[in-house]
Design a protein around this ligand. Structure first.
Ligand code: MEV
Length: 299
């Protein structure tokens, strides 16, 4: 029996712009997906949709024609389609277990590379930020095609205790659709992309030193830029304005949505109760979780 788990991710900032070569700052979150592979007798090979995506990638890369029979169990704490990287996490964990099952040496670079191939099947033109974060864990400063940079510091405890993740629900639009929608207007958005790049670079020192005032300003401005590129619905904008008015900051986290739900909101306030009250007002589920946790893990 082989068991591997992977965390979800949040975007502190840089989603969408990361697709166009700008930097993004991400963190692994303490919600995990666990996959277990159990060798099976020939013939009782279970089937699932993920298998149809992952096995061809592995066969192509390892240049093998068949994979011995096995059964796979998948259990996940990560809500699907909420911007928490569930597709990257489940693919990474599945690929990790399957490579172990095939007696391939544990190699995060290889698992990350193959997970990126799976992400392409799911989302079309992914940046690779989600898979990199769930595989390596911690805090990641990501640039498409650049070196992988897990940051050598964690989020200042002054900030880390004050986050609440509010779930606005599963967007009707898929990540692929949202990325394609932004791509249509990308030339028009050049100035916004440049502004977002500057904000991401300012965010790093704010997170490291626990500069709360700076952090709130950057998240508010970053969210406004996401709104300007059309990935935040009017319903969610209203929730975010309420949080800002109460002295906090919040942003969508991932691809977003333009109709109603946008998935998870990353919300910050020095008094978390304020955020919890707002979530309750909108009858939305909310929770707190550790940020910057361990990446892919062989149990
Ligand atoms: C999705 O979690 C984040 C996006 O930036 C797409 C990507 O990076 O591939 C919207």
């Amino acid at each position: 029996m082989i068991k591997v788990s992977a965390p979800g991710k949040i975007h502190f900032l840089g989603e969408h712009t990361v697709v166009y070569g700008k930097p993004a700052l991400l963190a692994a979150v303490d919600l995990r997906v666990t996959t277990t592979v159990i060798p099976a007798k020939a013939g009782i090979h279970t089937n699932n949709d993920l298998r149809k995506i992952i096995e061809p990638i592995i066969k192509k890369y390892l240049k093998i024609k068949t994979i011995p029979p096995y059964n796979v169990e998948i259990s996940s704490q990560i809500p699907i389609g909420a911007g928490l990287g569930s597709s990257a996490a489940v693919s990474a964990a599945y690929i990790g277990t399957l490579l172990c099952f095939l007696k391939i040496k544990w190699d995060l670079n290889l698992i990350n590379k193959l997970t990126y191939e799976a992400e392409k099947v799911f989302h079309g033109n992914p940046s690779g930020g989600d898979n990199t974060t769930v595989v390596y864990g911690g805090l990641i400063s990501y640039i498409k095609g650049g070196p992988i940079e897990p940051l050598p510091f964690s989020i200042s405890p002054k900030l880390s205790k004050n986050f609440v993740l509010i779930n606005t629900g599963k967007p009707v639009e898929t990540t692929r659709q949202m990325v394609e929608m932004v791509a249509v207007h990308k030339d028009k958005f050049k100035k916004i992309f440049d502004e977002q790049e500057k904000l991401v670079s300012e965010l790093l020192p704010a997170i490291e030193t626990g500069n709360e005032k700076g952090f709130i300003r950057i998240i508010q401005e970053g969210e406004k830029n996401l709104e300007r590129i059309g990935v935040v619905s009017p319903y969610v904008k209203a929730i975010i304005r309420k949080i800002e008015k109460a002295g906090g900051a919040a942003k969508i986290c991932g691809a977003g949505g333009k109709t109603k739900a946008t998935g998870i909101l990353l919300a910050y306030h020095h008094n978390k109760k304020v955020l919890e009250k707002i979530a309750k007002f909108y009858i939305l589920p909310y929770f707190s979780t550790s940020l910057g946790v361990e990446g892919l893990k062989l149990h």
